[in-house]
Write a protein that binds this ligand. Structure first.
Ligand SMILES: Nc1ncnc2c1ncn2[C@@H]1O[C@H](COP(=O)(O)OP(=O)(O)OP(=O)(O)O)[C@@H](O)[C@H]1O
Ligand SMILES: [Mg+2]
Length: 327
């Protein structure tokens, strides 16, 4: 199957006000195939949101592409003209930003906000636009599409706002949806509803998804493949069953060990200590030679302090960047 999205050797840096460069992504390469859910997993600061913004050339002014290509449906997005890019943004690729409260305009009714996305991509008269907006809302709300369309964002709950953002993302039947921490601010039950909705939308619309999160539990049972990002580099990528069932990179293993144990039957936490990964992510402005995870790695070897490991294929679809496997 041909890839829908192909990222090759992507390198992105931010310039601080003091003029220092911080390399947020380095040598990131991966593909997304039609209809699949790729989960992007990593700690805070690993570059997940930078990746989402970079794919659509939405980096802030101090963010720069240093290297790489982003090909989507055969088109080179990093070199595409603004007009072409506008067709892709919100049209062929729907993006859900990390911060739901920032993503909706507070003084515009939600229906109008969805209509404006549709109108940017399709020439429809007022009536058809209204009809299409209600149809899109009906895909994410089981009832009340009319009321939701008439509401202002502050009149909706967090879960309802997240559904409106999803409606915006699917409004133009995209081939790919990028959802950055779509459930981070929601309670566990609403989180589950939104995750279930994402799965339903993928099945109904046959679109691919990049689902970004710091929480492996969000991706379990939902993502087809997992990409683990550490300090701007791909640590491991592979089918979810392999990455979760038999994680190979020491960082992936450590990350999965940090998951809290399930509650006991009487809803008390089990009496085991929560595990954390000792140490901190490296300062991206002052990277030492060697593997970025080396200072925190329990499996480190001498070579890990002097050079960075390259990606090694473990099987056709599973690769890891670690000297333990070649590097
Ligand atoms: N606008 C910016 N200017 C300068 N540095 C930035 C900017 N945005 C992000 N960074 C830096 O780039 C790195 C990656 O940040 P990014 O927001 O992509 O991480 P993230 O994985 O999305 O984190 P989180 O889980 O907290 O959302 C971090 O070191 C961050 O401090
Ligand atoms: Mg982020």
């Amino acid at each position: 199957m041909n890839a829908l999205l192909e990222i090759q050797d992507l390198e992105v840096a931010y310039r601080s006000t003091a003029g220092r460069e911080c390399g947020a992504l380095a040598g990131v390469s991966f593909e997304v195939y039609p209809g699949e859910i790729l989960g992007v997993l990593g700690e805070s600061g690993s570059g997940k949101s930078t990746l989402a913004a970079a794919l659509l050339r939405l980096l802030p002014p101090n963010g720069k592409f240093r290297k790489g290509t982003v090909r989507f449906e055969g088109q080179d997005l990093l070199r595409a003209r603004q007009r072409e890019l506008q067709k892709v943004r919100g049209g062929r690729i729907g993006l859900i930003f990390q911060e739901p409260s920032m993503a909706l305009h507070p003084t515009i009714r939600t229906g109008e906000q969805i209509s404006s996305v549709i109108a940017a991509h399709q020439a429809l008269d007022r009536r058809a636009l209204r009809e299409k907006t209600l149809q899109v809302l009906a895909k994410v709300f089981s009832a009340d599409a009319n009321r939701i369309a008439e509401s202002y964002p502050h009149q909706l709950s967090g879960g309802q706002r997240q559904r409106v953002l999803l409606a915006q993302a699917i409004a133009c039947s995209p081939a790919l949806i990028i959802a950055d921490e779509p459930t981070a601010s929601l309670d566990p039950s609403t989180q589950q509803d939104i995750l279930e909705l994402l799965r339903t939308l993928r099945d109904q619309l046959h679109c691919a998804m990049i689902l970004i999160t710091h929480n492996p539990a969000i991706l379990a049972g939902l993502a087809d493949r997992i990409l683990v990002l550490y300090a701007g580099k791909v640590a491991e990528i592979g089918p979810a069953s392999e990455v979760f069932g038999s994680p190979q990179h020491p960082y992936t293993r450590a990350l999965l060990k940090c998951l809290p144990p399930p509650l006991t039957e009487n809803l008390r936490p089990r009496k085991s200590k929560l595990t954390v990964i000792p140490g901190e992510s490296p300062n991206l402005q002052q990277l030492a030679n060697g593997c970025r995870f080396e200072p925190r790695c329990t499996d480190r070897m001498d070579v890990c302090t002097t050079s960075e490991p390259a990606e090694t294929s473990l099987s056709r679809h599973h690769a890891v960047s670690c000297f333990r496997y070649g590097g």
